[in-house]
Design a binder for this molecule. Structure first.
Ligand SMILES: [Zn+2]
Length: 171
């Protein structure tokens, strides 16, 4: 509880850190506090509201991050929505589908695999999208956000203000 979301100077979420570490960064002048909890920490020399969102003062070169290809991360990327019929489903009723079928050389990759409901998946089979009149909800791309942030968004953990910063990262 009372963890802190650390953002880059460009407002990109980097990671969630403990409030103790966050306070250290504040004291060292390395970060700017954007949002704070009600709770305060006191020491002989300072009183500080626990930081909820902090932003690095200095611009650091972004670390290239790759999101591991997995069912869970794929469903997260597609918002648990079948990309063919555009309906929302619980994870148990979803599967994934190769846009270009594997039997036709399609790869298992972020750009060739989409979330699909079981029904659309069966209907599509090995056919091409065009012959079925299927329209993808959005162009499949490799996600830029970290899955841990997606879990925070779905799980409702952290400070309420995190949501807007994480949503920004997902766009
Ligand atoms: Zn569907």
């Amino acid at each position: 509880m009372d963890n802190t979301l650390l953002l880059s100077a460009g407002f990109e979420p980097i990671r969630v850190i403990s409030w103790k570490k966050a306070v250290t960064l504040v004291v060292l002048g390395k970060v700017e506090v954007l949002e704070a909890y009600q709770r305060e920490v006191r020491s002989p020399s300072l009183t500080l509201k626990l930081p909820a969102v902090i932003k690095l003062q200095r611009y650091l070169k972004p670390i290239p991050r790759r999101v591991k290809f997995s069912r869970q991360n794929l469903f997260s990327r597609d918002n648990y929505t079948c990309q063919y019929c555009h309906r929302h489903y619980p994870a148990g009723q979803l599967t994934y589908d190769h846009i270009v079928p594997r039997s036709k050389g399609g790869k298992t990759s972020w750009t060739n695999v989409v979330t699909s409901c079981v029904r659309c998946n069966l209907k599509k089979g090995n056919k091409h999208l065009k012959s079925l009149n299927y329209k993808l909800l959005k162009e499949p791309r490799e996600p830029r956000w970290l899955p841990q942030f997606s879990q925070i968004l779905h799980g409702g953990n952290g400070h309420p203000a995190w949501r807007s910063y994480l949503a920004y990262a997902k766009a």
